[in-house]
Design a protein around this ligand. Structure first.
Ligand SMILES: *[C@@H]1O[C@H](CO)[C@@H](O)[C@H](O)[C@H]1NC(C)=O
Ligand SMILES: *[C@@H]1O[C@H](CO)[C@@H](O)[C@H](O)[C@H]1NC(C)=O
Ligand SMILES: *[C@@H]1O[C@H](CO)[C@@H](O)[C@H](O)[C@H]1NC(C)=O
Ligand SMILES: *[C@@H]1O[C@H](CO)[C@@H](O)[C@H](O)[C@H]1NC(C)=O
Ligand SMILES: *[C@@H]1O[C@H](CO)[C@@H](O)[C@H](O)[C@H]1NC(C)=O
Length: 621
């Protein structure tokens, strides 16, 4: 029965082969990539069918049995083997079994910087079946509390270097009976527990295996904070499925067990934790972990540790390209870079300067249900789609009105697809195979990210908030981000959060926050347009103190614009489009402008001189 089909199939393939040479130059690249996707998809399908998921942490324990003596982590010259991390994470699990029993599926929040114990705590608690919420260690006080509470955690674990941040929020945590643990032998704060002293007195044997058994691929395992496109940071629910997809990233791009992966991005982001750490575990490779990215140390570290794979974000490539030229810059073993957001000009410069490194662009929101990979290596493109890919991951680009800040609806009441080459909003269909897991807590956040009745009644799409273009060869290019967030220094800034903080001041009537583009910089720098209450005066020093106290560096508006009244859009949203267009040029903007000057510890009037120095790079932002 099957024979004629096979023969026909072969003939078809042969014909296709000649056709593809001329018409479909990317056929094999597409196919090989797709086969990998399908192969991995089948594995996940088996987990679904059998009700027994091999999670990233199971995978780690398996590697610890298979290659116990292989270095897993290198941190500040210290080498930790797979066995070392396995045992120490067992100890973390044992400490909590003994001193503060946790239930399966309890959520524990972590406030830790990039260090080996981040992984020991993560894996240790995962071995107890707990969910982890990775808090961003740059944020403080009010915002930090907001994040902590939105994850629904009952316990907080804090790195020894984060105690100061902890002290700011401790009274609030204690009011709510949150159990707080510090990765230290002792602390001098009342009511706070320590872990390291107890670690010495427990066994490093594994806790019972059944505790971390996972039966559903959709089970939540992590909360990672994202700013989404609206409102305060939200705890995006990361399912086992997403961690498994993330862990396949480096492998899909051609990573192997012999790779040494250099991670300088913060572990609280999904890029470092899911793709970098998860991916290294999947391969059984080695990670070189860095506390913080350093442009001057980058290649020194890569050479010293024989690094073969690096993770990047667009900003990072630009910082490296901005470093002074050195001899022997191509003299390293890095063969692949995995990340996202590098612009074509930087991409070209990066390769020219640092050698033939395979740049693997990857697009995907932490909480999204779609991802693209550059599997053909077209400079600047985030990936390529084809018929098969669209069957697996149905997505569309729809027409979007950037002035009104909403999708364009036609006369029949539906959204419309853009033509090839036109910019549109990327949305991806939510269905059984591409579920959207949403955010913890407030259901409204989840529904706000979804568009319903897009092309027909009852359809549901995930709104990525990203404007993209698809060219005639189906390559996709990132254009801009819409809504209430912008990116600066690799972090998402939630404009409403910044507006809230400035709005707390009693002389402010209204604040409108947006990002403005600056030449030679990735992302957008923050700007606040403010209106002062009648009979009150602007006090820039107080604004400075307010934002420095409550906002992390990347979220502080570098520019202020003092307006008389606020323009609204037709749908009563603050008009940002025109403000963004007008930017911060003092000769073009009719209103008074101010510039955040850290040396003055205040905002200072933005003069033409300052403006010119910013553009020429003499003043660094
Ligand atoms: C905190 O714990 C104490 C003692 O266990 C209990 O009496 C109190 O009601 C708790 N408070 C809250 C807000 O849960
Ligand atoms: C890096 O590779 C070189 C040669 O392949 C080897 O001699 C050296 O020991 C390696 N360094 C490390 C840190 O593994
Ligand atoms: C991604 O793009 C680069 C071009 O810089 C190319 O060399 C590489 O092969 C591409 N990635 C994959 C997985 O093919
Ligand atoms: C959710 O949205 C509805 C209407 O859009 C509103 O009435 C309700 O208060 C919101 N709930 C929360 C918890 O914000
Ligand atoms: C502002 O001051 C004027 C005169 O002092 C007064 O008439 C007016 O009511 C004040 N407006 C507000 C909003 O306080």
């Amino acid at each position: 029965m099957a024979l004629p089909w096979i023969a026909a199939g072969l003939a078809g393939l042969l014909a296709l082969h000649f056709l593809q040479k001329t018409c479909f130059p990317y056929f094999w690249a597409d196919l090989i990539y797709l086969l990998k996707v399908v192969r991995y998809g089948l594995r996940i399908e088996i987990y679904k069918r059998t009700g027994s998921v091999v999670t990233v942490v199971d995978n780690f324990m398996e590697q610890a049995r298979r290659v116990p003596n292989k270095p897993f982590l290198i941190y500040q010259e210290q080498v930790y083997t797979y066995r070392d991390v396995d045992r120490r994470s067992n100890q973390v699990a044992q400490v909590f079994m003994k001193y503060s029993p946790l239930e399966k599926e309890d959520t524990v929040a972590m406030l830790m910087s990039n260090e080996p114990d981040f992984l020991n705590v993560w894996f240790g608690l995962a071995k107890l079946g707990c969910r982890l919420a990775f808090l961003n260690y740059n944020i403080r006080s009010r915002s930090l509390l907001h994040c902590f509470h939105s994850s629904g955690a009952k316990m907080l674990i804090v790195g020894a270097d984060m105690v100061e941040t902890l002290e700011e929020i401790l009274p609030n945590l204690q009011e709510d009976n949150i159990s707080v643990w510090v990765m230290a032998k002792e602390v001098s704060i009342k009511g706070v527990n320590t872990i390291l002293d107890k670690l010495e007195h427990v066994t490093d044997k594994p806790v019972p295996q059944h505790l971390c058994h996972v039966s559903s691929i959709r089970a939540a395992t992590l909360y990672i904070f994202t700013s989404g496109t609206t409102g305060l940071p939200k705890a995006a629910l990361i399912s086992q499925l997403q961690t498994l997809k993330g862990a396949a990233g480096i492998w899909a791009f051609g990573g192997t067990e012999d790779d040494i992966v250099y991670i300088t991005l913060p572990l609280y982001h999904s890029a470092a934790s899911l793709i970098g750490i998860g991916g290294s575990i999947y391969l059984g490779a080695t990670c070189v972990l860095k506390k913080k990215f350093s442009a001057s140390q980058f290649w020194i570290d890569c050479k010293k540790h024989n690094v073969t794979v690096v993770q990047y974000i667009g900003e990072l490539c630009r910082y490296l390209c901005n470093q002074p030229l050195k001899e022997g810059e191509k003299d390293h073993k890095v063969r692949m870079a995995v990340g996202n957001g590098v612009r074509s000009d930087v991409w070209k410069e990066f390769i020219r300067r640092f050698g033939d490194i395979k740049m693997c662009e990857l697009y995907g929101a932490t909480e999204g249900n779609i991802c693209f990979m550059n599997h053909t290596g077209k400079i600047g493109s985030v990936g390529r789609s084809n018929i098969f890919y669209k069957l697996l991951f149905p997505f569309e680009l729809i027409k979007y009105d950037i002035q009104k800040d909403e999708p364009i609806i036609n006369e029949q009441g539906w959204c419309e697809r853009v033509k090839k080459g036109e910019t549109g909003l990327l949305i991806s269909q939510v269905n059984k195979n591409n579920p959207f897991f949403g955010y913890a807590g407030n259901k409204n956040h989840t529904t706000k990210k979804l568009l319903c009745n897009v092309f027909r009644k009852g359809d549901v799409y995930f709104n990525t908030g990203d404007l993209m273009v698809q060219d005639s060869e189906n390559f996709l290019y990132f254009r801009d981000r819409i809504g209430d967030t912008f990116r600066w220094k690799g972090e998402n800034v939630a404009t409403t959060e910044v507006a809230d903080i400035i709005g707390m001041l009693n002389f402010i009537q209204e604040a409108n926050i947006y990002g403005v583009a600056i030449p030679e910089h990735e992302g957008k720098v923050g700007m606040a347009s403010i209106i002062v209450k009648a009979n009150e005066t602007l006090d820039v020093k107080t604004i400075y103190e307010q934002i420095v106290t409550y906002l992390p560096g990347y979220a502080r508006p570098r520019f202020l614009r003092l307006q008389e009244n606020m323009e609204m859009t037709g749908t009563f949203k603050q008009q940002k489009f025109r403000l963004v267009e007008q930017g911060f040029n003092p000769s073009a903007v009719p209103d008074p402008l101010y510039f955040l000057d850290d040396s003055e510890k205040s905002y200072v009037p933005l003069t033409k001189d300052i403006y010119d120095k910013i553009l020429s790079g003499q003043i660094k932002l």
